[in-house]
Design a protein around this ligand. Structure first.
Ligand SMILES: Cc1ncc(COP(=O)(O)O)c(C=O)c1O
Length: 392
């Protein structure tokens, strides 16, 4: 049996390419933030996680350039050995303070935070309990650990309670949820989840990749709900509002110290370059000093949700700048994506297995730097294309 047989049999993506409906790996020539260019054609970007629009902010760019000039382009080693800079530790201190935890620890990506943190904590005889809509990196972190994996229905605290009840007292329990769910743009129901976690002696980790910079006036979902003390571990990434690359976990000193010495995705992978750390530090500074950016992106999102609903689109339970437009089947999802792209609007089509069959959607997301005129144009394009494809 040839191990490559599955590759020879994989035709789905090539069929989509041949049909002109392939929406992935689109090579952009320019990316100014809210506007991108593909083959000489400009599009308004409504598919990025650059929520605060900081990837092109002069202070963030300058900080990255200065860091390269001072430290070079790479740390060429793991945090554990030669790859820790004073700047990494400064960023960790500032992040811990920002999210209200004792310590923070930086990994090279958010994916690696979840892989390393969950697998180092959930060992044999432990159980990790996941929301069914949790991000793939959380699922993979759980799979890497040697413990058992349980799931509960999305945001269903009663179901979570039944799952927790079924686990023997002598087993360690870690509940992991997204703070802002990456496809639905809805929030974890931390008010209902935290009492359950406490009642059954479990611990709670919140992945706030999409919350940090956006919810809680930038300080995240636990902060917004006044529940920072009830959440044991807060995770986020630098690849969204922080306009960089990397990620972090924050929690009690002893727990972070343990993760620092046991998480294999931290120990056996190179640390983020100084330019990435400097960009994240500059972005953090802007989050603290310019909260009006956070207000702006949330105001745009509110307007978009209102307009979309008024036009007859279904935006599910979104309360953040991630606004899914539910289409419900593959052909119309791709037809709508293609027509939007042809008319200058970049969005992301999402189909099964990323979402269940029947919930296929266009994931749209917004930035503090989108102008009102750009949002007007996006809404008008959605109206025209939605009619053309028969969604509204
Ligand atoms: C909820 C969530 N967690 C973790 C990650 C991983 O972050 P990174 O892009 O830094 O690997 C993502 C990014 O897609 C995400 O959406």
């Amino acid at each position: 049996m040839d191990i490559f047989e599955k590759c020879h049999n994989y035709t789905q993506a090539k069929e989509a390419m041949a049909g002109g409906f392939y929406p992935y790996f689109i090579p952009l020539d320019e990316n100014e933030g809210t506007e991108v260019e593909f083959e000489g054609k400009k599009l308004i970007m409504c598919g990025s996680n650059n929520y605060l629009g900081l990837t092109t902010h002069p202070k963030v760019k300058q900080a990255a350039l200065d860091a390269i000039n001072r430290y070079g382009t790479s740390c060429t080693g793991s945090r554990f050995l030669n790859g820790t800079l004073a700047m990494h530790e400064q960023l960790e201190h500032e992040l811990a303070e920002f999210v209200g935890k004792e310590e923070a620890l930086i990994f090279s990506t958010g994916m690696q935070v979840n892989l390393g943190t969950i697998s180092s904590l959930v060992t044999r005889d432990d159980v990790v309990i996941l929301d069914k809509d949790d991000h793939a990196s959380i699922v993979d972190g759980a799979r890497l650990g040697y413990g058992k994996i349980e799931r509960f229905r999305h945001n269903d605290a009663e179901h979570l309670e039944r799952v927790l009840q079924s686990i023997p007292d002598n087993q360690g329990k870690l509940v992991v949820v997204d703070g802002v769910f990456s496809m639905g743009g809805d929030l974890a129901d931390l008010k209902s989840i935290t009492p359950m976690v406490k009642k059954y002696g479990a611990r709670l980790m919140v992945d706030d990749a999409h919350g940090m910079g956006v919810t809680g006036r930038g300080r995240g979902t636990a902060h917004q709900m006044g529940l920072t003390d009830q959440v044991d571990l807060i995770m986020s990434t630098f690849s969204k509002s922080f306009a960089s690359l990397g990620g972090f976990i924050a929690g009690d000193e002893e727990v972070v110290h343990y993760i620092k010495h046991t998480a294999r995705s931290l120990i056996f992978s190179a640390s983020i370059p100084a330019a990435n750390a400097a960009a994240a530090l500059a972005s953090l500074d802007i989050m603290r000093t310019e909260p009006e950016r956070v207000d702006r992106v949330n105001a745009i999102a509110e307007r978009v949700r209102e307009d979309m609903c008024a036009m007859g689109f279904n935006v599910a339970d979104s309360v953040t700048p991630i606004i899914p437009v539910i289409i419900g089947d593959d052909p119309r999802t791709f037809a709508m994506w293609k027509a939007l792209f042809a008319n200058g609007v970049f969005v992301n089509p999402v189909i099964s297995p990323a979402v269940p069959q029947g919930s296929q959607l266009l994931r749209t997301s917004y930035m503090a730097t989108h102008t009102d005129a750009q949002v007007d144009q996006v809404m008008e394009t959605f109206r025209a294309v939605g009619k053309e494809v028969g969604i509204i």
